[in-house]
Ligand binder design. Structure first.
Ligand SMILES: Nc1ncnc2c1ncn2[C@@H]1O[C@H](COP(=O)(O)OP(=O)(O)OP(=O)(O)O)[C@@H](O)[C@H]1O
Ligand SMILES: O=P(O)(O)OC[C@H]1O[C@H](OP(=O)(O)OP(=O)(O)O)[C@H](O)[C@@H]1O
Length: 207
């Protein structure tokens, strides 16, 4: 049996839709219950529903064979998992944003973000030394109330930036969700996993 860690939240619906398009008979309880472990015996599969940032942890520890995770999460922390497939779902990008015309503080430039590693690597590569302030959400607040000069965050429609009077300044990376696998499980269950990859690859939305 294959165990797949699914990210709750905004990726979930698109991931379920993709699996159903690939002809996996996922029961209605998938989208209608609050169960966190859902067995689908007809497909010889078990799904566990986790927070997006935790999916990689379940896969890395081998309690899930496979998982679906945003490229942002995979970029943020070096983890011992293989990326098998770009699912082309939950498309967005990582960007630097700030108040229009606002310069970086020259003495103590500060950047607020949920992605401290991505942000510090990016600014280091730009040759800029900044203090990273880690937040867990509502990142766009930081420049509005003077906590930071810049933010590094996900942009999708751009609506959150717009409605808060912020502008995108630099694009860091494109983000889509990926199918990831535990390396040991891949060696052990290669055949079953390749079949799943083929079925998904056949129905992935075109970029
Ligand atoms: N605005 C967006 N549009 C499309 N995809 C997004 C958007 N924001 C985040 N994502 C993708 O969805 C994932 C996060 O989903 P979601 O927003 O449901 O969780 P979260 O509440 O931010 O995560 P956590 O609970 O771990 O903090 C991200 O890793 C990213 O790949
Ligand atoms: O460009 P947009 O379409 O407006 O989407 C971008 C917003 O979506 C995410 O936030 P989320 O809704 O996950 O809330 P959060 O602030 O709690 O992270 C992201 O952090 C941005 O704030």
């Amino acid at each position: 049996m294959l165990t797949i860690a699914m990210p709750k939240g905004r990726i979930f619906e698109e991931a379920v839709e993709l699996l159903r398009r690939a002809d996996y008979a996922l029961p209605p309880e998938f989208t209608e219950s609050r169960k966190l472990v859902i067995d689908v015996p007809e497909e010889n599969m078990r799904f566990i529903l986790a927070k997006p940032m935790d999916v990689v942890t379940y896969v890395e520890h081998g309690v899930a064979d496979l998982g679906i995770a945003g490229k942002d999460v995979l970029m943020e922390e070096e983890r011992d998992v293989y990326e098998l497939l770009d699912l082309h779902i939950s498309r967005c990008h990582l960007a630097v944003a700030g108040l229009p015309g606002a310069k970086m503080n020259e003495i103590a430039p500060r950047v607020a973000t949920k992605y401290p590693n991505i942000a510090s690597t990016y600014f280091r590569e730009q040759g800029e030394q900044v203090e990273i302030i880690r937040l867990n959400g509502s990142i766009e607040l930081a420049p509005l109330i003077g906590l930071a000069d810049r933010i590094v965050d996900i942009v999708s429609t751009g609506r959150t930036l717009r409605e808060n009077g912020l502008v995108e300044l630099e694009r860091i990376a494109e983000v889509t969700s990926r199918l990831i696998v535990n390396p040991a499980s891949y060696r052990l269950n290669g055949g079953d996993i390749e079949r799943l990859v083929d079925r998904l690859a056949a129905v992935i939305p075109q970029p």
